[in-house]
Structures are given as structure tokens and as C-alpha cells.
Design a protein around this ligand. Structure first.
Ligand code: RP5
Length: 154
């Protein structure tokens, strides 16, 4: 097995179905990932440890999916200088608008890249991760460019 470069984190097992779109896209691009369920409010210590140790494990990009008051991406970003891509879950009474605002409205100083709500955003999180990783990893750059060429004419 090659190095896992992407850390995919979700706030709850209930986010798994939506986040599967990110995992599928990463797999299609042949990008290895690690997968964890970590809650910023239920398991805050775990969130801190995860983000602080991610770079040492070889992780280069974090994708974090969360719903409702979706503080997970911001909390992870606060404990690491790795890029964090947030995905708002399309769940709860507000159907993800709450999560969208929570993720996109990071105060100045700690950035989080915010994707679209739901599985579309999860998929795009994988593609954005591929673009970031492609700056350094030629193999990923090639597989991502192949994917993009495949979109022509669709
Ligand atoms: C967030 O709260 C999770 O990301 C999830 O989207 C939401 C609800 O979690 P559960 O109550 O379904 O575990 O932390």
C-alpha cells in the first residue's frame, strides 16, 4: 500500500453516505486516504490529536465533512497548517444551510476551503484535494488531468 495522503474525517457515522462520494472520487483517481469519524464536540481531544499528528503521518490534505453547527473543519484547521477542505452535510432541519454558513464563514486568520452542500461538495472536495496534491505528485496530476479530459464532450 502506498502513502495515504488525504485524511477524510466526518463528524458522525450518519455523514457516511454523503462522504462516500468523496471516497469514490479519491479511489477513482487512485489517491490513498485514511478515514475517521471524529466529532469536534463529542470527541474534541481526538480532533486535536488527529489534526496535530496528521502531517507526521504523511497526510497532506484534510477533507472534513460535518453537519448542523459544522465546526469540525474549522477546529481541525486550528490545530494544523495542512489545507482543510470542508464539506457541509445536507442534513438537519435546515438541510445543510446551517453547515454551509458554519464552514464558509470562518473568521479571518484560519482558512477552510468550503465546498457545496452534500454529495456534490464531497465529490468536489476530492477533486480539489487532487489539484493540491498534483502540485507535488506527478502521478496524481496525471490521473486528475485524465479525469478532466474525460469531461470534455459530456
Ligand atoms: C455533526 O452533527 C455531524 O457531522 C452530523 O452531521 C451531525 C449530526 O450527528 P448525529 O447526531 O447524526 O451523530 O457533528
Amino acid at each position: 500500500m502506498s502513502q495515504q495522503l488525504v485524511g477524510v474525517v466526518m463528524g458522525s457515522k450518519s455523514d457516511a453516505e454523503i462522504m462516500q462520494s468523496a471516497l469514490d472520487a479519491l479511489t477513482t483517481l487512485d489517491i490513498e486516504y485514511e478515514l475517521n469519524v471524529i466529532s469536534a464536540h463529542r470527541t474534541p481531544e481526538k480532533a486535536k490529536e488527529y489534526a496535530q499528528s496528521a502531517r507526521e503521518r504523511g497526510i497532506e490534505v484534510i477533507i472534513a465533512g460535518a453537519g448542523m453547527a459544522a465546526h469540525l473543519p474549522g477546529v481541525l484547521a486550528s490545530w494544523t497548517t495542512l489545507p482543510v477542505i470542508g464539506v457541509p452535510m445536507s442534513s438537519g432541519e435546515l438541510k445543510g444551510v446551517d453547515a454551509l454558513y458554519s464552514i464558509v464563514q470562518m473568521p479571518a486568520g484560519i482558512p477552510v476551503a468550503c465546498m457545496a452542500i452534500g454529495s456534490v461538495g464531497a465529490k468536489n472536495a476530492a477533486y480539489l484535494a487532487a489539484e493540491i496534491l498534483g502540485l507535488k505528485h506527478d502521478k496524481i496530476k496525471r490521473s486528475y488531468e485524465k479525469y478532466r479530459r474525460g469531461l470534455q464532450g459530456t
